[in-house]
Every structure is written in structure tokens, then in C-alpha cells.
Design a binder for this molecule. Sequence first.
Ligand code: ZN
Length: 152
Amino acid sequence: MSDLRELYQEMILDHGRNPRNFRFPAGANHEADGHNPLCGDRLTVKLVLDDGVVKDVGFQGAGCAISTAAASTMTEAVMGKSPEEIEAIFHDYHQLVTGKGGDSDALGKLAVFGGVAEFPMRVKCATLSWHTLRAALQGKGVISTEEDDTSE
Ligand code: ZN
């Protein structure tokens, strides 16, 4: 368990300092802004949806290390995936970070965010980028975690 905790901290620090896909993709056709008022995290996700899959995705914004690391790993996890596949990943991820289980084998690298379940205040930091991505795919434009249904 302490190994996982170390891995968790290392990965959050690494992705928090050097976020992947921290840029907007050329030709983006879906985007949304996300805001987590509890922590002050703000980010914009833009993506290229083509042939039914996410061909490219990136984000920009400012937030705590967890929100940045979560957005960074999110972009890696959804690249090349269809919206349906993304919903399935998000479902497991949401279960994981809220301490309800979730299929951590299916989550791969994202499984390190299981550590967030110990810090309920951080759950919205870890899910902001995912909610924003889903809002972009659904054409919603702007979301605030204060409006999201965390009971799902
Ligand atoms: Zn945060």
C-alpha cells in the first residue's frame, strides 16, 4: 500500500509539474471550460472528434497539482477512444476516486488516483477535467463542479 502511495505522489508531482498535452490541438471541434470553485481550479479542454474517436485532446488552465495531474493523465487515457469508451473509463475512475471500488485493472495508470479517495475534498480536483471533457463531448460548453451530480 505504501508503494502505491509513493507511486501516487510521484505521478501526481510529475504530471502536475510537466502536464502532458498542455496545449490546444489544431482543428479542435469540441471544447468546454471547467471550474471547481472549492479549490479554484480552472481549465479548458479542447479536442478533435473525428471518425467517432478522440483524435487529439489537450487542455490549458491553472489549478492545484491534483487537478493538473488528473487533466494530464485524462488526456492520455482518452486519446483514440470513442465517447462510449470514455464514459466507461470515467465511470470506473469516478468509482475509484470516490472510494466505491471501480475496476482499477481497467484503469491502468489512472489507478494511482485511488489515493484521492482518502481526501474527499480533492475528489472534485481529480474529476474536474473529466467532467469538462464530457461537457465538451456533449456540447455543453461550460461546467462547474458545483452543478455536477456527484451522487452518480
Ligand atoms: Zn484542486
